[in-house]
Design a protein. Structure first.
Length: 376
């Protein structure tokens, strides 16, 4: 079984040498607990792990009573509060506790950005550093083993959750990702938000899974699903904030022929997307495989962006006469354009370069991923 070192581990380790609270956000089953426990190892008996989903742990969290939480921690020098979003007033409680006992290091993990981040950020302004942990990146896998064609195809079919990547057989991978998609991924959405129409929520999710890489609009989704635009927007926002999907907007600088208001939706794990459409493969034809590869490249961009304080902005580009570039990356004044293709060959960037002559262009293929780290 491969042991994967997470890219954010060194940054967190360095951060723990100073003062302040560390917050690790990410989807359930992405490896937050494993990473948090690993960070405790150097501290031996002075490190403590507490699962906040357990009632006997939650009862120690009381607003305005830091001594009650201290009773739980006892003589620990560093503690992990796992799934901290389950604690009411968690941000205010941690603020008071940190201000009272600043020498105790705290790591709080959470699988729900819309809950933990919103409740923690404001109370802990200036006291906390936030890190985002997605499922395994290609870079993390490559450092543990060679990326073979089979591994690459498995990533496009089953995604990269740690338990899925390490599962040894097709059936075990299938069961792992089905379990994650069914029992874990949306748990926080239904726990913390009032979903009045669960069927519409699930229908929207499946609809988006069928249309990855295609332009969509809130208005069109509303009409197709028979729900209001307000509801569509709310559900998409919740899916984004719970690390299921990510919207990519069109890039435009007011040239008349550019699309300006449409967006695309990508899933942040292809195994989850494939579970929703009911089939696990790396593509049954070139069109489907091309869409999956384009999605994988986007996912890797998002994972790379978690490693920098000010990541580039990511867009797609399309004109009204259907000329298109898969991804545009805006990093300060540096503009990069990427086209994802199954095989190497010439791509006509001429129209885009006519508008944006300063852009750096590149064609990316699956073979590039097998050979090198191509994400910038």
């Amino acid at each position: 079984m491969h042991i994967f070192k997470r890219e954010i581990e060194n940054s967190i380790t360095e951060r723990l040498q100073g003062k302040g609270i560390v917050i690790i956000l990410g989807p359930r089953q992405s490896g937050k607990t494993t990473l948090a426990k690993k960070l405790l190892v150097p501290y031996g008996d002075r490190g403590g792990y507490f699962n906040c989903e357990h009632a006997d742990v939650r009862r120690h969290f009381a607003l305005g009573k830091p001594e009650k939480l201290l009773q739980l921690i006892a003589d620990k020098k560093i503690v992990v509060f796992d799934e901290a979003q389950t604690i009411t007033n968690i941000g205010k409680i941690l603020k008071i506790f940190y201000d009272t006992y600043p020498d105790i290091k705290i790591i709080a993990t959470g699988s729900s950005a819309f809950d933990l981040a919103n409740k923690v950020k404001e109370p802990l302004t200036g006291r906390a550093s936030e890190y985002l942990l997605y499922p395994l990146s290609l870079l993390e896998i490559r450092r543990a083993c060679e990326i073979t064609q089979k591994i690459f195809d498995d990533l496009m079919a089953f995604g990269s959750y740690p338990a899925v990547v390490t599962a040894p057989t097709f059936l075990e991978k299938q069961e792992e990702i089905k379990n994650i998609a069914t029992n874990y991924l949306y748990k926080d959405v239904f726990t913390f938000e009032a979903i009045r129409n669960p069927k519409a929520f699930e229908d929207l999710l499946t609809h988006l899974a069928m249309r990855i890489g295609s332009t969509v609009s809130t208005n069109d989704l509303s009409k197709e699903l028979g729900i209001t635009q307000v509801t569509v927007e709310k559900y998409i926002r919740l899916l984004e904030q719970s690390f299921v999907i990510k919207r990519v907007y069109s890039f435009a600088r007011n040239y008349a022929n550019e699309l300006k208001k449409s967006y695309k939706v990508y899933f942040l794990d292809l195994g989850v997307r494939n579970a929703l459409v009911g089939g696990f493969s790396s593509g049954t034809n070139d069109v489907e495989r091309g869409i999956l590869f384009e999605s994988l490249f986007f996912i890797e961009l998002m994972k790379r962006d978690t490693l920098v304080s000010f990541p580039p902005k990511t867009y797609f580009w399309r004109t009204r006469d259907k000329k298109e570039i898969d991804f545009i990356r805006m990093d300060g004044r540096v503009l990069r354009a990427y086209e994802c293709k199954l095989t190497s060959g010439s791509v006509n960037f001429a129209t885009f370069l006519k508008y944006y002559p300063e852009a750096i262009t590149r064609v990316v293929t699956p073979d590039d991923f097998l050979r090198e780290d191509v994400v910038q």
